[in-house]
Design a protein around this ligand. Structure first.
Ligand code: TMP
Ligand code: ASP
Length: 270
């Protein structure tokens, strides 16, 4: 008979701290840190617990958010790869880190909307929750100092942020991600109201390929319960609607990503 393995709790922050200390930091953003990866062409993406909104005017640290987003982004990116949508994701390394392909980020936030909400409702005076006749794709220029302004394809072409071929590919990627994410969410009783993705360029010899990069998580989507309309995304933080980790854990639980509810105090199982 095999002896049962001894389970003990381990201060995970110490383990993660020592892993991080060995890595070379490349960039620190609002919700993630990028480190040099173990092989050329790879990057380690570390998910922080920091939450920001309104261009970092509102800030907090939400215990466990990084762990949830690391898992959820892995889940969505893996699913996308399985239906043939290229992404930067390679594999999850631990609770807070994932290995991704190094890529050059196209300086655009690509937003897809199925229902009016957020800035679109404000800008156009359309009630939040109004179903749009078809998915609407918007582009914002990624520049924190300017507050990521909305731009048109004319701006993108004129300033050379992406070519016409890139824009065709980006639109097709965005709509494929929308179909996939809408279906996955619908199957667990959640409406995908809108989301934002970022696109990376990966160079392979003389060729470049566009891939879905950054993260896909409740930080970058609007997710409403289909029955009750309850918000299960970062609007809970933006609008002070309750516990953000409860909302994200609910999404993870429904998707079968985190069957156990205790994500805020993870323990290492030997
Ligand atoms: P918006 O309605 O505020 O323009 O947001 C549209 C979508 O983009 C929504 O799902 C939230 C997401 N988003 C981000 O991921 N990052 C951002 O900085 C902003 C403003 C929105
Ligand atoms: N991520 C953005 C920020 O901090 C805004 C947002 O998601 O609302 O500033």
């Amino acid at each position: 008979m095999r002896t049962p393995k001894r389970r003990e709790s381990f201060p995970l922050d110490r383990l993660e701290g020592s892993l991080m200390a060995r890595r070379k930091k490349i960039y620190e953003g609002k919700a993630k840190i990028l480190y040099e990866g173990p092989e050329p062409g790879t990057i380690v993406q570390y998910f922080k617990d920091d939450a920001t909104a309104f261009n970092a005017e509102k800030k907090d640290v939400i215990d466990g958010k990084g762990v949830l987003n690391n898992r959820l982004s892995e889940f969505f990116m893996t699913g996308l790869a399985q239906i043939g949508v290229p992404t930067h994701f390679i594999r999850r390394l631990n609770m807070r880190e994932q290995l991704v392909r190094s890529c050059e980020i196209v300086p655009l936030e690509v937003i897809v909307r199925n229902y009016a909400a957020g800035s679109m409702s404000k800008r156009l005076g359309v009630d939040e929750g109004t179903q749009l006749p078809r998915p609407i794709v918007e582009y914002c220029y990624k520049d924190d100092a300017l507050g990521d302004p909305l731009v048109s394809e004319e701006h993108i072409a004129a300033f050379g942020w992406a070519s016409q071929q890139d824009m065709d590919d980006i639109l097709s990627l965005a709509l494929r991600v929308n179909d996939f994410m809408s279906g996955v969410m619908y199957s667990v009783g959640i409406r995908l109201v809108d989301f934002k993705i970022e696109i990376g360029r990966v160079y392979e010899g003389d060729y470049q390929r566009l891939v879905v990069a950054d993260e896909i998580s409740p930080d970058s989507c609007r997710l409403w319960d289909i029955e009750t309309g309850q918000k299960l995304d970062k609007d809970v933080f933006r609008r002070d609607l309750g516990s953000l980790t409860d909302a994200y854990s609910e999404v993870a639980r429904r998707l079968g990503v985190l069957p156990k509810s205790n994500v805020s105090k993870p323990t290492l199982i030997n």
